[in-house]
Design a protein around this ligand. Structure first.
Ligand code: SF4
Ligand SMILES: [Zn+2]
Ligand SMILES: [Zn+2]
Length: 307
C-alpha cells in the first residue's frame, strides 16, 4: 500500500485518520503530535530544566529520544534523565542497561537511583516482608524517589512517558471506581509546592505508535513484562477500550476530550491544597507523615520481627 502523502510504501495504517503513512510521514506525524501536546498544555517553556523519567522501557526510551530530537538543541532548555532501579531481579537490570546506553548516545546526564540505596531494601525484599501488593510499594517509592531526585537536581518539570492508552485507561478506571478525586489528579499543569510538575508529552499518542517509533529509529527495546504486573481490572478496561477503538477508531481521543471538558468542574471540586512537609523525611505530603515513610516503618517492623 502506498503512503497517502507520497509515493513511498506505507509502513503504518493510522485508523483514526484513515491514512496510510510511509516512514517519513509517520515520523512527521508523530513528532507533530508530540509538539502539539507540548504546546497545548504548555509543557515545555523557555528556562525549563526537565527531568525525564527513563525506566528503559520502550515508551520512556522513545520519549527521551523524541524530546532530545525536538528540543535538545535549544539553549534555553536543559534535560537530564532519572532511572529508578526498584530492585526487581531479572526484569530491571536489562532496562537500566538500555537507559545508560541511550543517554550516552544522546549525550544527556543520567542518574540511576535505587530502592536499595535509599530505603535499605529492594522491591523483591519488600514484597517478601510486607503484606501489600508489589505495585503499591513500587508506585509509592518510585514516585517518591522520582520527585525527590528531580527536585534536588534542580528540575522544574518531570516528563513521563504515559501515552493515550495509559491515560484513557486511567480516566475510565477512575470513573468505574467512582474515584473522582483521583481523576482530578490527571489534570495537566497541576502545581503543588514541593512536587515537581509532571508533563506527559505522549498523552496524544497511541502505544503502538510509540512502538513503531522505536522500531523505525532502531531504538533498543525490551518487551519483557514485570513479574509483578497483575492488574485484572485495568486489563478489562484496556481490552474494552481496545475493542471499542477497533470498532470505532479514534474513540480514545473522545475519552480524552470528554475528560478535558470536565477539567473546570474538577478544578472547582478539588482545588489544589497546600501540602505539608512530612514529619519524618520532609517530603511533601497531604498528611503529617508521607506514604513512603508509613510503608517504610511497616517494612522495618516486619524485618525486625523476622530477625
Ligand atoms: S508492574 Fe512492576 S514495575 Fe509496574 S508498578 Fe507493578 S511492580 Fe512496579
Ligand atoms: Zn509518505
Ligand atoms: Zn516521609
Amino acid at each position: 500500500m502506498k503512503c497517502s502523502h507520497c509515493r513511498r510504501e506505507a509502513i503504518y495504517f493510522q485508523r483514526h485518520s484513515g491514512r496510510h503513512l510511509c516512514k517519513k510521514h509517520f515520523l512527521y506525524d508523530f513528532e507533530k503530535r508530540v509538539r502539539y501536546a507540548v504546546k497545548k498544555y504548555r509543557m515545555i517553556e523557555s528556562g525549563d530544566r526537565i527531568a525525564i523519567a527513563l525506566s528503559g522501557g520502550k515508551d520512556s526510551v522513545a520519549l527521551t529520544h523524541v524530546l532530545m530530537n525536538l528540543y535538545g538543541s535549544r539553549k534555553d532548555l536543559e534535560f537530564f534523565a532519572i532511572t529508578i532501579d526498584e530492585g526487581i531481579k531479572g526484569y530491571r537490570p536489562p532496562t537500566v542497561k538500555i537507559a545508560k546506553k541511550i543517554t550516552k548516545e544522546l549525550g544527556i546526564d543520567h542518574v540511576v537511583v535505587s530502592f536499595e540505596e535509599n530505603f535499605g531494601m529492594t522491591l523483591d525484599e519488600m514484597v517478601k516482608l510486607g503484606d501489600k501488593k508489589p505495585c503499591t510499594y513500587c508506585g509509592v517509592f518510585r514516585k517518591y524517589l522520582l520527585n525527590k531526585t528531580a527536585r534536588e537536581m534542580g528540575a522544574n518539570k518531570l516528563a513521563t512517558a504515559h501515552n493515550l492508552d495509559d491515560e484513557t485507561q486511567t480516566i475510565l478506571l477512575n470513573f468505574l471506581q467512582a474515584d473522582i478525586e483521583r481523576l482530578a489528579r490527571l489534570i495537566p499543569q497541576r502545581v503543588q509546592k514541593g512536587l515537581v510538575m509532571r508533563i506527559k508529552p505522549f498523552r496524544e499518542l497511541y502505544e503502538k505508535e510509540i512502538l513503531i517509533y522505536c522500531i523505525v529509529n532502531s531504538l533498543p527495546i525490551d518487551m519483557n513484562e514485570c513479574p509483578y504486573s497483575h492488574f485484572p481490572v485495568r486489563a478489562m478496561v484496556r481490552d474494552f477500550l481496545y475493542d471499542f477503538e477497533n470498532a470505532y477508531p479514534g474513540r480514545k481521543f473522545s475519552v480524552m476530550r470528554s475528560f478535558e471538558t470536565l477539567i473546570p468542574c474538577l478544578r472547582e471540586m478539588f482545588p489544589q491544597i497546600d501540602l505539608n512537609k512530612c514529619e519524618k523525611c520532609g517530603e511533601p505530603t497531604p498528611s503529617k507523615v508521607c506514604q513512603a515513610c508509613v510503608l517504610l516503618e511497616e517494612l522495618k517492623k516486619a524485618k525486625d520481627s523476622n530477625s
